[in-house]
Design a binder for this molecule. Sequence first.
Ligand code: UD1
Ligand code: CA
Length: 459
Amino acid sequence: MTRPQSPPLDGWTAIVLAAGRGTRMRSRLPKVLHPVAGRPMMLHVCDTVRAAGIERIVVVTADADGEVAEAVRAQVPGAAVAPQGEPLGTGHAALAARVAAGDASHLLILNADLPLITERTVRELTQRHLQEHAVLTFLTAYLEDPTGYGRVRRQNGRIHGIVEESDADAVTRGQPEVNAGLYAAEAEWLWPVLADLEPSPRGEVYLTDAIARAVDHPQGAEAYQVVESSEVQQVNTRVELARAEQIMRERIRRRVMLDGVTLVDPATTYIDAGVAIGPDTTLLPGVHLLGSTTVGGGCRIGPSAVVRDSTIGDGCQVGMSTLEGSELAERVTVGPYCHLRPGTRIEADVHLGNYVEVKASRVGARTRVGHFSYIGDADVGADVNIGAGTVTANYDGATKHHTTIGDRAFIGSDSVLIAPVELGADARTGAGTIVTRDVPASARVVGVPGRIREPGEGV
Ligand code: UD1
Ligand code: CA
């Protein structure tokens, strides 16, 4: 998905803290790789940082070559990875980025479990930081239920520091202003402060303790309150993961509707973060558009379709089907009950009727496969008619073989094409034919095993 880019924020480096154990998720997968709307939460954070105009990103990971580091290298081009080793707290994690952050003058530090933070909030926090000349500016929110967050402690309205929930007394816990986990800081001031912080009673160095230090500095600490509090939904547990998922999905649905897509039942329509949809497309209930799917304009999808990593051209109709790694050109009709598997390319104006499975094949323009057929490892030309029950027998128990069907061929119902086999243009097969050998252009083949009939010979 291409997003509008903000003008670059010069001199800034973003540090994404992604090295925590995430034990509260009770998962073998690192917390920050759990997907929200189909994309690992840490990558949402990196996307947002880049969209806000910060090009230099350092992701603090547990190891130099673990799963998180791999994901950063594969999916965040140009980002640096800084291993933290032992996860000794967020302050310790931020300090681990010091060498990789180089000579940055300003730092944006973000917890990687904040997938909902927007580009606008990053921009506003950084602007506020620069305007107020604070040494540290952090994002706050007022939450109806502040459970799980560090609370902002103020005295006579002035910021005093952050108290982590586990260290807070009952009065502080009842306080609704929370620390979101997003900070802008002056690098020159922050690095020595981080190195100097004492571990908490639980043995962790809290990044949040830097706020009390900033308060003591003549330039002080600044708090910026987020406009939309749902943005600060963090993910420590799977309960919070489900909440973040819901907020993100709602946001995506709203965006596509405002872009001209009709969602007949938004609540049962699932659109991943990387999906693009053209105007005047209608999504019926139970549609899942997943991964890197693109849908053109004027399409009608569903009810109940699952489309993953596929491209659908303008004016297509897809009913109750599953598409994976497939490409449809314009005005293709699919379903109900089709399964298009990876490597499938369907050209313009093709009709695939009920119960058709296609795998790793091209189906040429205007070809019709009306009823229960299997087309695998095949190249099917244009204007072909594939009769009901046709099967490309592509597997001999050891190897997959290829089938070629020429333009305008007519394949009779219940034909079985034993691959490797090639049928020329305008070839015809009779109903129930088992085709075991190549069929020349315009020839007719019938029977079991299939025999070529000369022109004029009866069936
Ligand atoms: C943190 C804040 C808390 C804030 C909350 C909201 C601290 C001490 N507390 O708490 O004030 O309200 O976020 O978002 O910062 N991480 C590391 N290395 C570590 C520990 C954590 O990289 O040693 C990473 C985690 O992967 C995570 C982020 O830092 O992405 C925050 O850690 P987490 O354990 O979620 O902090 P919270 O307890 O939620
Ligand atoms: Ca957290």
